[in-house]
Design a binder for this molecule. Structure first.
Ligand SMILES: [Zn+2]
Length: 284
C-alpha cells in the first residue's frame, strides 16, 4: 500500500467514534517505532513532522522513509506536515510526497487565515492531498512558536461553519484548552465548546497538545467528536529517557544501534498504549 491522504481514515474515525493518532517523528527510529506499533495494533496511523524537524532532516528524507514504511506494512499510513507555516513549505512537502498538510494561519487575523488556508486547499486538492487548518490558538511552545496561555484564544464555535465553508478544509484543529509541551497545572478541557463545534460542522476535528492529558479526558473528547489526536512531547520524553538509561547503565556505550534501539522500543510501547486509548486498533 502507498501513502494515503486523510479522507477515508479520518471520516471513518468520525463516523465510528474513534480517533487516529498523529505522532510526531524526528528520525528513522521514531518513524519506525510509530509504524511498527501501528502495524502490531492493525491501526491506521499519521506520521507528522513540524517545519523545524523538516529543517533538521529534510522533507525528501521523511517522504522516502514513510513511503518505504507504507510499502512494507499493509496499513493506511498518512504523511502529514504539522503546523505548516507557509505556502512554500506546503508546496515543497507535497512535491516530496506528503499526503496531508496542515497550514497554520491561526496567528493571523481571521480573514488572512482564510485566504492562506484557501490557497493551500486549492493546490493540495488538485493533487489529492488533504488539508488541516487551525482556528483559535493552542497555548504553549509548538516548534519555534510560543503562544502565551493568557493570550491564547479558544475556538469560537460560531466562526467554525463560516471558516470551513470559505476555506474548504478537510479537517480542523480547535483550541479547547489543551497546550503544547508539558502541562504545569491541571488540564481543563472545554467539552461544551467541543460539543457545540461538532454539532455545527461535518469535518473531522483535531486535538493538538494531547501529551499528558488524562485518559478520561481523551476518551470524553473522542466521544464528543475528536477524530485526530496529536502526540509529540510524550514520544520525545520516552525516546530520551530510554537513551539516558542506557548511558547511565553503561557510560561507555557508543553504538547508536544500541542506544537508539532502546529509544525506539520505548516509543513503540507509548504508541501502542495511545492506539488502545484512541480506539483505532483493528481499524486498518
Ligand atoms: Zn500542534
Amino acid at each position: 500500500m502507498g501513502l494515503v491522504n486523510s479522507v477515508f481514515v479520518l471520516r471513518d474515525a468520525m463516523i465510528n467514534g474513534y480517533a487516529v493518532g498523529a505522532f510526531n517523528v524526528y528520525n528513522i527510529e521514531t518513524l519506525k517505532a510509530v509504524v511498527r506499533a501501528a502495524h502490531e495494533k492493525q491501526s491506521p496511523v499519521i506520521l507528522q513532522t513540524t517545519p523545524s524537524t523538516i529543517k533538521h532532516i529534510g522533507e525528501d528524507f521523511f517522504a522516502a522513509a514513510a513511503k518505504a514504511a507504507a510499502a512494507k506494512y499493509n496499513i493506511p499510513i498518512i504523511l502529514h506536515l504539522d503546523h505548516g507555516n507557509s505556502f512554500e513549505l506546503a508546496v515543497k512537502c507535497i512535491r516530496a510526497g506528503y499526503t496531508s498538510i496542515m497550514i497554520d494561519g491561526s496567528h493571523l487575523p481571521y480573514e488572512e487565515n482564510i485566504v492562506l488556508t484557501k490557497k493551500v486547499v486549492e493546490l493540495a486538492h488538485s493533487v489529492g492531498v488533504t488539508v488541516e487548518a487551525e482556528l483559535g490558538s493552542i497555548a504553549g511552545v509548538e516548534d519555534d512558536m510560543y503562544v502565551n496561555e493568557d493570550k491564547s484564544t479558544f475556538t469560537d464555535p460560531e466562526m467554525v461553519p463560516h471558516f470551513v465553508e470559505k476555506t474548504g478544509v478537510d479537517t480542523l484543529a480547535i483550541a479547547i484548552g489543551t497546550a503544547h509541551g508539558l502541562y504545569k497545572g491541571e488540564v481543563k478541557l472545554d467539552f461544551d465548546r467541543l460539543k457545540k463545534i461538532h454539532n455545527l460542522v461535518d469535518v473531522p476535528l483535531v486535538l493538538h497538545g494531547a501529551s499528558g492529558v488524562p485518559d478520561g479526558h481523551i476518551r470524553k473528547a473522542i466521544e464528543l467528536g475528536i477524530s485526530k489526536i496529536n502526540i509529540a512531547t510524550e514520544l520525545k520524553v520516552a525516546f530520551a529517557n530510554a537513551i539516558k538509561r542506557v548511558f547511565k547503565e553503561n557510560p561507555e556505550e557508543n553504538d547508536p544501534r544500541k542506544y537508539f534501539s532502546a529509544g525506539e522500543k520505548e516509543v513503540v510501547d507509548v504508541v501502542k498504549k495511545k492506539i488502545t486509548l484512541f480506539g483505532s486498533g483493528g481499524k486498518a
